[in-house]
Ligand binder design. Structure first.
Ligand code: TRP
Length: 446
């Protein structure tokens, strides 16, 4: 297949698209609960270190490959490898990425469905005057009801696949333009409000005074996995977006901008959520329900709380929408490469993801005690193994490909950061990102 001619309409549009992919449940839902489960500040410190040392350089590697190849991930990898006189088998990395995002999207859609449920409840004013215990009980009742969860999961996936079927670039650009600034603003308000509450000091201490003796291989693996997950790196999904990147735009500058935004969104959400946790005497290690129980409580204190809460869930839903569109893209691009039309490909992906997603839906009722592997039920497995194991492995191969396999002139041109910028990036990937990923993965195996 030939090079694509499609481009994001401007540099800003590219940055917004990547930010839309990066900012989502990972920042607002997954970050707080994983931080809670892994003891707070030490995890946070590691996560930020991994974003800088691994996530960001590998993100550049991934986008760079897409930009140099200007095709779907599998085709870009195969084409660039053969051009460089290397094995065309590199293209299977694109398929591995598609498998990874398949697993991730299966739970992503289910949890985004929870946001739909909470949006409707917030609009109805269901949370008004309720405390953490009551909201928590309501959430548990919802999880135990597979029908409501199925409905929301189906609705969300249909929303995602509709946009994907229509073609990503145009629809997404408009959505992103409005959404990101608003979400950010709302989180600022929320974190500002948190500063006036009694749990704020404790939340700050818990988030920002690391106790490094608490670091175990589990914590390391979780922090590394989350760094990849939150930046949307390691599954060739950003590679697909890189193919549409305009010609004159510095990749490191764009990527660094996205990473800063992404981490600050997570920090703001963390501050807002943990202030409630400590003010209410809740357990930080409460698990995947953490955000859904704490935020309604946080908003309840604000004047016009129900309104702000509704707006928040609406924005969250849109943020997860732009992320899930990115998650679907590698799979749809792969099927298209195998000759399916875009609409057909989107439908096929939608149906397959829906079915696997149902296993996550039922993990809270019928299948709660069915252990698949490592003693986890399906929901626990898909929320842990693909982000923490598959993404780093994918990222590792992406890094090797960009920094060792691609000929220097090709990579230099696609990075668009001048010879010095290029050397610095390549040195970082070769001598820091790749070895560090290997060491952390190995520590997890032992
Ligand atoms: N980064 C998104 C989030 O934090 C999730 C996501 C979107 C993702 N696209 C991805 C994760 C590709 C891994 C790979 O919610």
């Amino acid at each position: 297949m030939n090079e694509t001619l499609e481009r994001w309409s401007s540099r800003r549009a590219f940055i917004l698209a990547v930010t839309g992919a990066a900012v989502g449940l990972g920042n607002i839902w997954r970050f707080p609960y994983i931080t809670g489960e892994n003891g707070g500040a030490a995890f946070l410190l590691l996560y930020v270190a991994f974003v800088v040392l691994l996530g960001l350089p590998v993100m550049m590697a991934e986008i760079l490959i897409g930009r140099a190849g200007r095709r779907s991930p599998m085709q870009s990898l195969g084409h660039l490898a053969t051009q460089a006189g290397r094995s065309g088998h590199w293209r299977w990395l694109g398929l591995f990425g598609a498998f990874t995002v398949f697993c991730i999207l299966s739970f992503y859609s289910v949890v985004s469905g929870w946001s739909i449920e909470f949006l409707v409840s917030a609009i109805n004013g269901d949370f008004v005057g309720k405390g953490a215990a009551e909201i928590g009980a309501g959430f548990d009742a919802f999880l135990a009801d597979p029908w409501r969860m199925t409905f929301n999961h189906t609705l969300f996936l249909a929303m995602t696949m509709t946009v994907v079927a229509a073609g990503v670039a145009k629809g997404l650009e408009r959505l992103n333009n409005l959404l990101m600034p608003l979400l950010y603003l709302l989180l600022l308000v929320l974190a500002g409000h948190a500063a006036t509450t009694s749990g704020f000091g404790q939340a700050l201490a818990w988030l920002f005074t690391p106790d490094l003796s608490a670091v175990s291989p589990t914590v390391l693996i979780a922090a590394m996995g989350h760094a990849f997950f939150t930046l949307a790196v390691g599954a060739c999904a950003l590679m697909a977006y890189g193919a549409y990147m305009p010609d004159h735009q510095s990749l490191p500058r764009a990527a660094a901008g996205v990473a800063v935004l992404d981490v600050t969104v997570a920090l703001l959400a963390g501050i807002a959520i943990f202030s409630v946790v400590f003010a209410q005497g809740m357990d930080p290690a409460e698990g995947p329900g953490l955000m859904f129980v704490t935020l309604p409580v946080a908003f309840a204190d604000l004047p016009l709380g129900a309104f702000w809460l509704s707006l928040f869930f609406l924005l969250l839903l849109m943020a997860t929408w732009t992320s899930s569109i990115n998650l679907a893209e590698p799979m749809v691009a792969t099927l298209q490469g195998w000759g399916l039309g875009r609409g057909q490909a989107a439908a096929a992906v939608g149906v397959a993801v829906w079915m696997v997603g149902m296993l996550s839906v039922l993990s809270f009722s019928t299948l709660a005690d069915v252990r698949v592997l490592f003693g986890m039920n399906v929901f626990e497995w898909v929320t842990t193994i693909p982000p923490e194991i598959f993404l780093p492995i994918g990222g590792l191969f992406i890094a090797v490909f960009a920094a060792w396999v691609l000929p220097e002139p090709v990579a230099l041109r696609a990075l668009d950061a001048g010879p010095h910028g290029f050397r610095a990036w390549r040195g970082l990937v070769r001598w820091v990102s790749i070895p560090l990923t290997l060491v952390v993965l190995a520590s997890g195996l032992i």
